[in-house]
Write a protein that binds this ligand. Structure first.
Ligand SMILES: Nc1nc2c([nH]c(=O)n2[C@H]2C[C@H](O)[C@@H](COP(=O)(O)OP(=O)(O)OP(=O)(O)O)O2)c(=O)[nH]1
Ligand SMILES: [Mg+2]
Length: 144
């Protein structure tokens, strides 16, 4: 066991994931459907992924957005909005959600994901991982 890994009181590993609500000019939010073969396959999520050791959250998020969507996101424009804290069976997820309205390049699914742009009020129509439920109200409050 890696003793440098933070652990929660119940012994499960704390996993730090960074995620983005990419917002377009019409105030729609980008969702990505997790491909078959990945954990939580078929559910709609905010793009992002695991923070690498030594990365700042915004830096790690920019790397994930480049890898997953082929875009160059504006790091200094990322706006912290809310976070998810959720106990999955084998790890505890801690996931800050940043709002990101500026990027260069064209959003392209680079990892076999299906993409959708949804208004904040439509988000509940998309089955999402259980951790994401508390993130919807702050998005509605921000974007209407
Ligand atoms: N990106 C993202 N991950 C989420 C969300 N909700 C949620 O529970 N998760 C979980 C699913 C995964 O267990 C974990 C993030 O994993 P990931 O598969 O996106 O990580 P990654 O991009 O680094 O991918 P990989 O290299 O490990 O395949 O967080 C969400 O809205 N967005
Ligand atoms: Mg990911």
């Amino acid at each position: 066991m890696d003793s440098s890994q933070p652990r929660t009181g119940q012994g499960s590993r704390l996993l730090l994931v960074v995620a983005a609500a990419l917002v377009d000019a019409d105030r729609r939010i980008l969702l990505a459907r997790r491909p078959e073969g990945k954990a939580l396959a078929g559910l709609w999520e905010f793009p992002g992924g695991k923070l690498h050791p030594g990365e700042r959250p915004e830096q790690g998020l920019a790397r994930e957005l480049a890898e997953e969507l082929g875009i160059d996101a504006c790091v200094s424009c990322m706006q912290p909005l809310a976070f998810a804290s959720h106990a999955y069976e084998d790890f505890h997820l801690l996931m800050p959600l940043f709002v990101c309205r500026r990027w260069d390049g064209i959003v392209t699914p680079r990892e076999g994901q299906t993409l959708a742009w949804a208004f904040a009020r439509e988000l509940r129509k998309y089955p999402m991982p259980p951790a994401d439920a508390p993130l919807i109200d702050p998005l509605i409050a921000l974007l209407g």
